[in-house]
Design a protein around this ligand. Structure first.
Ligand code: PRX
Length: 656
């Protein structure tokens, strides 16, 4: 996050109260009602969650214990039996929602489809039966590497239906990144498509998967199910690769949902951390279903008449929780759009809102900033009057972008819900409730009921109002990650040992810095670890460094985030070369391409700087804060006395 943003957020004093007409019709109608719910959730968390689990979800068998908390391991709704695909589909079929649109889909080239709950149920059952036919059993992991087409959601729900945990890999990740994730999850089946349309290009997903699987790269993979989307020519390997449309035609439409234990693994989703190896974040079934359901209902004030659109990709947690599971569990109409904002069609998002009468629109600050740049004439030329709520997620939103969103998109009538949360938290943690919470531009406002958030120092002591510190959560919540896949130790170390336990109580450390103001509002200040936030996507500096040093020319690499007007942050790499290589523009380009190949286009360095040496402490650790200052074009701040060789800094400065 840029200094200017921090500065303006610190000075932000504007307050926007929900209008009374909105509040009267809202699911949570007043601040007093929020406070009452919050008090209740804190004084009796188990009672609070049990009551919601009972009233909001359908269970095959009730739990015997609400929470089993053996820090840092939590179990929710112990021995409860449930199936999230049942809650997202079957239970709506006995109501009028049977013929309601569950998914409205718009493809980038302008094609579209609508699936009612009955149709979606049928498709999910058929795909689940195909999975079974391909040898997938309860507990087997299924990789999903898809464009934004309904079959991505269908595949996720089909996995959930038969109890096969899914591991969705974002379609923008490269073959190498895909391979590492499929290997870690030991996927038995992978669902993909021939390709997808993105920014006027065809993304060759099947080719990338072929590359990942080549030379027996992922030995666990037995079969590949391929959805036809772009119709380009692809290689189909006899015996391994199967067309979905061929198997679909013969698949039975009956597939009973598997009764899952509340704590059975629902999915693994990989996210960047402070080491080179992405973490497999583990989410389980019952608690995740409840928490994504209730946060969607309250924070988006979801009604049966809404057309709800979250612009994320299903490859990220936002797509999991707030395109698929949360909205469908509520019986909502969830819109999916294949395309991304692009120069060739700067009004595409506003066209979709106008075409379908979208009422709730949820996107990211990086997209909002891109729209601001494209010009007001695009949204102004469309009818956006159907909108009633706007949402934002992924990074701190600068107040200027918030005000633009409020005025130009929301017509000054739509509350903005700025939702702070993470892959690890499963659902919203700090967010306004639109009928209850007054908003301040740039603040995610207050914790959701059941969430005890605080800003502390490294010893776990609360810091004072408006003091910066570490954002922590003090009590378990139903959709919290359960562990790092196959690595309990890493889970403990990463999230629970940075901040000392306070009075025997463990604090979940999110990796973000924050401050709390005099009204109890949280202001997120960005990551405090070695994780960058590039266009709202988490990329570990170590991941990019590992990619760079895997190139023969690179001896050492240090990567930092540099403030960027559009992306929030951009990747800035300092590189030292192996003896026989000379710095050149061509080599810079080659290294950028290499990172794209190793990770994906989202990690492409904006800038690479060749250096003779990197600044290090005497014990050999790279001093990143100096590099961050250099990348941002600022004066170096901090103590240089621990530095091994001061001339390194002079050289780096000269090269600036
Ligand atoms: O730094 C915070 C930022 O995104 C991180 C989580 O990234 P990820 O797991 O990829 O999930 C993104 C979507 C939930 C957080 O640690 N972040 C997310 N939402 C916000 C945010 N920062 C400020 N305000 C937000 N609303």
């Amino acid at each position: 996050m840029s200094e200017t943003t921090i500065e303006s957020i610190l000075q932000e004093k504007r307050l926007f109260a929900p209008c009374s007409e909105f509040s009267q019709n809202a699911n949570i109608k007043s601040f007093a009602e929020y406070q009452q719910l919050y008090e209740q959730s804190i004084s009796d968390p188990e009672g609070f969650w049990a009551n919601l689990a009972e009233t909001e979800l359908d269970w095959f068998q009730k739990w015997d214990r609400v929470l089993d908390w053996q820090p840092p391991f939590a179990k929710w709704f112990v021995n409860g039996k449930i199936n999230i695909s049942y809650n997202c589909l079957d239970r709506h079929l006995t109501t009028w929602r049977k013929n309601k649109a569950a998914i409205i889909w718009e493809g980038e080239p302008g094609d579209s489809r609508t699936l009612t709950y009955a149709q979606l149920h049928r498709e999910v059952c058929q795909m689940a039966n195909v999975f079974k036919q391909l040898g997938v059993k309860k507990g087997d992991r299924v990789g999903i590497y898809m464009p934004m087409i309904p079959e991505a959601a269908i595949a996720m729900l089909a996995c959930a239906r038969i109890g096969a945990p899914h591991s969705v890999v974002f379609g923008g990740f490269s073959a190498e990144a895909l391979k590492a994730r499929l290997q870690d999850a030991e996927a038995k089946l992978v669902v993909t498509a021939d390709g997808g349309f993105r920014k006027d290009k065809v993304v060759p997903l099947k080719d990338a998967l072929d590359e990942a699987l080549s030379n027996n790269g992922v030995p666990s993979v037995e079969n590949v199910l391929v959805v036809q989307r772009t119709k380009q020519t692809i290689n189909m390997q006899e015996g391994r690769d199967h067309w979905w449309h061929e198997l679909h035609a013969q698949a039975s439409i009956n597939c009973p949902p598997e009764p899952m234990d509340s704590e059975d693994l629902l999915f693994i989703l990989y996210t960047s951390g402070t080491t080179g190896k992405p973490k497999g974040v583990v989410h389980t079934t019952g608690g995740y279903n409840l928490y994504t359901h209730i946060t969607t209902k309250w924070a988006f004030d979801l009604k049966d008449t809404d057309v709800y659109w979250c612009t994320a990709d299903v490859g990220w947690i936002t797509g999991h929780s707030y395109i698929v599971y949360g909205p469908l569990s509520n019986g909502a109409t969830s819109l999916m759009y294949e395309g991304a904002p692009r120069a060739s069609n700067p009004g595409c998002f506003w066209d979709v809102i106008e075409k379908y009468g979208v009422t709730i629109f949820y996107t990211a600050p990086t997209a909002i900033r891109a729209f601001i740049k494209m010009g007001d004439e695009h949204p102004n030329a469309r009818d956006l009057s159907s909108l009633r709520i706007l949402g934002t997620v992924g990074e701190p939103i600068n107040p200027e972008a918030w005000m633009w969103y409020h005025k130009v998109i929301g017509g000054e009538r739509c509350p903005i819900v700025d939702t702070w949360w993470q892959t690890e938290t499963g659902g919203f943690m700090i967010t306004p409730l639109p009928g209850a919470t007054s908003t301040k531009p740039g603040s995610a406002t207050r914790p959701f009921p059941g969430i005890i958030a605080d800003v502390v120092d490294l010893e776990g002591n609360s810091v004072g109002n408006n003091q910066g510190g570490y954002l922590v959560i003090k009590h378990p919540w139903p959709s919290m990650m359960r562990t790092v896949y196959k690595d309990d130790d890493r889970f403990r170390r990463t999230y629970w040992e940075h901040i000392l336990p306070k009075n025997g109580k463990y604090l979940y450390f999110a990796g973000d810095g924050a401050r709390k103001d005099e009204d109890g509002y949280f202001w997120i200040m960005g990551r405090v670890d070695d994780v960058m936030n590039i266009s709202g996507h988490r990329i570990g500096t170590m991941e990019v460094e590992s990619a760079l040093v895997s190139h023969p020319a690179v001896a050492e690499a240090a990567v930092v985030g540099r403030p960027d007007e559009l992306k929030g942050e951009d990747v800035y790499a300092f590189v030292t070369l192996e003896g026989s290589y000379q710095p050149s523009e061509a080599l810079k380009e080659e290294l950028k391409k290499h990172v794209v190949k190793e990770i994906g286009a989202i990690a492409r360095p904006g800038e690479i700087r060749f250096a003779d040496a990197l600044p290090k402490t005497r014990s050999g650790k790279i001093i990143r804060r100096f590099l961050r200052n250099l990348a941002a074009g600022q004066e170096l701040v901090g103590d240089i006395s621990t530095m091994e060789d001061l001339s390194v800094l002079d050289k780096l400065r000269e090269g600036a």
